[in-house]
Design a protein around this ligand. Structure first.
Ligand code: FE2
Length: 268
């Protein structure tokens, strides 16, 4: 059983790389289940639309996760109620539309739980992520409610991400960070069998500032007059991880970085 998780898709560049390559990568690498963080996939780099979700599902994505920009495109507020394969962070305030967790069927018929959480440090206000994770783990158990559990932890700081990784160790198949758009070099299987990487990186143009046009981004830091922020449109790199899972335990046997195309050194 192999899971592919891809980090934050940014704008047209990230989307077209996914649409042109994902199906063939799924076939080549014998992937059974695909999760993509889509919260920056819209043309503006903020949020996503119903038609973007449709495109992703048509090219092999099983579940789309999000984060702090989930509501940037207004239509998502109603679309998320109709589309259970689109998740928002579970620890958003209770009245928020949509869900932060679901159990889905993989291409090989196995049951995969996907949980989307958001950090508290330097992020938009949301419920305490550790309390939310603790409540979740009291309710749901690996091999009882699902065969595998994937946690997308959308957060800014590495310490909070590592702590969540260890918190789920032995109780999830994969904990992977998103949001910083830079792939970290720490992929490993933790002591109790959970695959972990602090950040998956983005699927976007790396000749940029985290996916956004670099000149405009520098001008904003220089406090110079800048036009509305927009994504870079060069060739994208797909960034994520591939996890080889143990069918008996639901835990990870191996995690490898997946980096394909564009500016970064390719791996896997
Ligand atoms: Fe984000």
């Amino acid at each position: 059983m192999k899971i592919l998780f891809l980090g934050d898709v940014v704008g047209i560049s990230g989307r077209s790389m996914i649409l042109n390559n994902l199906l063939s990568k799924i076939k080549d690498k014998k992937i059974d289940f695909v999760v993509v963080n889509g919260e920056n996939a819209a043309d503006t780099g903020m949020g996503l639309t119903e038609s973007i979700c449709k495109d992703f599902f048509n090219c092999g994505v099983d579940v789309i996760t999000t984060g702090n920009h989930v509501w940037a495109q207004k239509e998502t507020v109603s679309h998320i109620e109709k589309e259970n394969r689109l998740l928002r962070p579970r620890n958003l305030f209770a009245a928020s539309p949509g869900k932060g967790f679901g159990i889905f069927t993989a291409k090989n018929e196995m049951k995969v739980g996907v949980l989307n959480l958001m950090g508290n440090v330097f992020m938009k206000k949301c419920e305490d992520v550790f309390e939310s994770a603790d409540k979740f783990l009291q309710k749901y158990k690996l091999k009882e409610h699902y065969d595998f559990l994937i946690v997308d932890f959308h957060a800014e700081v590495t310490s909070e991400k590592m702590a969540i990784g260890h918190f789920f160790d032995g109780k999830a198949t994969l904990v992977v960070g998103t949001h910083t758009h830079i792939p970290t070099n720490d992929e490993r299987v933790l002591k109790n069998g959970t695959a972990y990487q602090t950040d998956a990186g983005m699927c976007g143009d790396y000749d940029s500032v985290i996916g956004m046009n670099k000149e405009n981004s520098i001008n904003r830091f220089l406090k110079k007059k800048s036009i509305k922020h927009f994504p870079a449109i060069g060739d994208a790199t797909l960034c994520g991880v591939i996890v080889d899972c143990d069918i008996e335990t639901g835990l990870a046997k191996k995690i490898e970085k997946f980096i394909y195309g564009g500016e970064l050194k390719n791996s896997h």
